[in-house]
Design a protein around this ligand. Sequence first.
Ligand code: SF4
Length: 362
Amino acid sequence: MELNNEIIDDFLFCKYRAYLKLIGQRGVRSDYELVEEELYVQYKKQFLEDIESYYKSEQIINPVSSLDKRSRLSPSLLINPHVKGDNFLISFDALRIVSHANARKKMQSIPLMITPKEKVTKNEKISLTIKTILLNSVIPKFSETGKIVFGKKLLTSLVRIKDYRKIAQKMLDDLTALSMENGKPSIVRCDNCRMCEFEKSCRKYLVERDDLSLMGSLSAAEILKRNKKGVFTINQLSYGFRPKRFKRARITGRPFSPELKALAIRDKKTYILDIPFEIKSGMIEIFLDFEGLPDENFVYLIGLIIKDKNSERGVCFWANSQTNERAIFQKFVKTISGYKDFVIYHYGSYEIRELRRAVCFR
Ligand code: SF4
């Protein structure tokens, strides 16, 4: 099967997902993917409307046929160019052909892609570089930089192709091998799974196997290390918990134990090693939860459950836009400052990070 944009991006997202697409499988697209697609179409439309003011002096061409080795290019801005090679058909949102500052190199091409994300990820830079390598194999117009237009403000991030060339070439080689050999990569649960169209089927397979990657706190390298020792399931891992060894790890400052977590899952219990401070009886307990868009540094919901001896009540503050965010933090502070003796519980580090950011509000 020939490579295209979708397969390249799938491979960077998850090797197994690329494999499924290569063998012709399709899942049900998640809401996240549908929203991303909608935003992409919206931002691209906006970009194309603004394009004449961005690139005033350039000739704008919307090529009808794919570019290939025979294409003759002159300085211009190509919109939606497709590039055809021996085993690929890829496209860019735009491609600038400009004269090179070094007269001997004559021309250079600057590929451009648009992403709906509010922050440019490393994978997007690698994706652009992979496509640029393929482009340069067909159109020998050297590319030193690429551009990624991102987010609702259509900001631009410059990508130095040489910074990502090595890793992109390695990924491209691995992807080419996968597309030719069709060897099945292993299924490893990762952060991307919850936004993936194959989530249901992969999860079912992993649950049946009681797979280690379901733990969520082990990296692929850590899973491999345990697999080499013959540990493949959460149940097997739970038997590896050694309280004495763990005590030593605590002294060296690395107290997290995947084995203890596996034991807790097996026993369906919560184990508490140390209570970090004494909770006086009668203290008011506040359970805190933030919901937000980390890419946009935006908390849109602060939820609280406030519990005392006799009652329990829920409070929530919503921000419809970033301009209301400061107001909901003020309401949150006002609410908790009405209590004297309380303890706040939260899960993970997100709440602390966002509270630190909120302290800097002007
Ligand atoms: S659900 Fe996860 S493991 Fe399965 S294809 Fe998607 S990203 Fe890969």
